[in-house]
Design a protein around this ligand. Structure first.
Ligand code: SF4
Length: 210
């Protein structure tokens, strides 16, 4: 275990940073744009790989940087869940910039809906600050997407596809994912859409953080 003392200190109060697969995962918000049916938190399950990810309050920038410690001790620092990290975009970018200044690598796991939420293209802000993006496509069409992910309004799915295309031009490594085994989800069709958009596809397993 490479976690430093400060990580333990904050972990005992609430889990802000946790280590998995030689990466440091960050839990900066429990808020989400979506209400995915398969999400552990909507099934009253807040533990991921034995880490309790329920936040009593959102950590501030200093809390997060303290919880990480030296980012060079990890392969990547990953903004993850249980929540959508881009809902705190200004804080995320400030934290990511500091991680980069300290010599770390940054990945963001996202629903790809921040442009839809903010009604503007935010992807240029990622350039030079985010090394990798992992974007949840989750379905091969809007009907299946809405059934599983339950967005608050119509139009999320086409906005997600547009986000992927824009992110591809700003971030070096963009990976699009879908979960294998969800009813009606056609993994091959998801792969085809992804390849058409010119980025890499990765099939995920349900409840596996990565
Ligand atoms: S986007 Fe992720 S954290 Fe949010 S509801 Fe869906 S699965 Fe859960």
């Amino acid at each position: 275990m490479k976690a430093n003392q400060s990580m333990y200190r904050f972990s005992s109060e609430q889990t802000i940073a946790y280590e998995l697969h030689d990466n440091c995962y960050l839990n900066i918000t429990n808020r989400c744009t979506l209400r995915c049916r398969f999400c552990p938190k909507f099934n009253k399950q807040w533990d991921v790989q034995s880490y309790d990810l329920r936040l009593k309050r959102e950590p501030d920038i200093i809390d997060v940087l303290t919880a990480i410690g030296d980012p060079r001790q990890y392969q990547q620092i990953v903004f993850c869940g249980l929540g959508e990290p881009t809902l705190r975009l200004p804080d995320l970018l400030e934290i990511a910039t500091e991680i980069k200044n300290l010599g770390g690598k940054v990945r963001v796991n996202t629903d790809g809906l921040i442009n839809w939420v903010r009604q503007k293209d935010t992807t240029p802000l990622f350039s030079g600050v985010i090394d990798s993006l992992s974007i949840s496509l989750n379905a091969q069409n809007e009907t299946v997407y809405d059934q599983h992910c339950r967005p608050p309004a119509q139009g999320a799915y086409p906005a997600l596809l547009e986000f992927i295309a824009r992110a591809r031009d700003q971030v070096e490594n963009v990976v699009v994912t879908a979960i294998d085994g969800l009813e009606g989800v056609d993994i091959d069709a998801c792969r085809e859409i992804t390849e058409h958009l010119g980025v890499t596809f990765r099939k995920r397993q349900l409840d596996k953080v990565g």
